[in-house]
Design a protein around this ligand. Structure first.
Ligand code: GLN
Length: 252
């Protein structure tokens, strides 16, 4: 565990949140780091102090994590973390069951499921935190994508994966693909997976700068996890709204 950043307000903060970025060295592509930056910054704007930690293979997991974020990676990155992730699986599953909010993108979304079968036919085992499994497809599924979600409104992002993911009955989709876009597998119209307070999704982008409702939902769950009551501020999201509008009108 390494401390990446600490923010302490001058005045009285509403509380302090501990964020953990999982495997930033190997699983952090296509701007996924932006998700962590947004969470840290919006937490401050909402009046909460932030301690941002990172975890790479072989380190100690910190205690009392209030919010966990993980990004995507190439198959090679997934192979590099698989042994460590398998060892951490029981702790991460216990955190999720305890209500720790988590956002995992693409490669880590796949490995939070049961397994990823690569194009070479090898299996990278996942930790089964999400009831999902992934098989490499023949083509890459790339492009702008919008989703309708049951409780977080319209979500916009950019997908780039070859894995085809199928959810089992223990997971519910993050959203339904609107218009063009592949989502989990290009055939059942679903995108991403959710269980407890965990969101797994293929959407890079970064996701959160254009989807502040998702960021604030994660932060509200983190605040509850810290034993506090969420008291969000009314933030000016003009930039995010403009980015959403532009992203939502781009061709696939
Ligand atoms: N290797 C995985 C795939 O292509 C994950 C890719 C990613 O994380 N962007 O399906």
């Amino acid at each position: 565990m390494t401390t990446m950043y600490t923010h302490t307000t001058q005045g009285a903060a509403k509380g302090s949140l501990r964020l953990l970025q999982l495997y930033p060295r190997d699983m952090n592509i296509y701007g996924d780091w932006g998700n962590t930056l947004v969470l840290a910054r919006r937490a401050q704007w909402h009046g909460y102090d932030v301690e941002l930690l990172s975890y790479d293979p072989g380190e100690d997991l910190p205690d009392e994590v209030h919010l966990l974020v993980g990004g995507g990676g190439q198959d090679s990155g997934q192979e590099r973390i698989q042994t460590d992730l398998a060892a951490r699986g029981p702790e991460l599953r216990a955190w999720a069951a305890d209500g720790v909010p988590m956002l995992v993108i693409c490669g880590l979304y796949q490995l939070f499921g049961h397994r990823f079968l690569t194009a070479e036919g090898s299996e990278i085992p996942g930790i089964g935190l999400l009831d999902a499994q992934t098989v490499a497809g023949r083509e890459r599924l790339i492009g702008n994508i919008s989703l309708d979600t049951p409780d977080l409104g319209r979500v916009v992002g950019y997908e780039n994966h070859s894995g085809l993911t199928t959810l089992g009955p223990g997971a519910r989709p993050f959203g339904t693909v609107l218009g063009e876009g592949a989502g989990n597998n290009g055939s059942d119209g679903t995108e991403g997976g959710r269980v407890h307070h965990v969101i797994g999704t293929y959407l890079h982008g970064s996701l959160l700068p254009k989807n502040p409702a998702v960021a604030d939902w994660l932060l509200a769950r983190a605040v509850e996890q810290a034993g506090l009551t969420w008291e969000g501020e009314d933030l000016d999201d003009t930039w995010a709204r403009n980015a959403r509008r532009v992203a939502g009108t781009r061709p696939r």
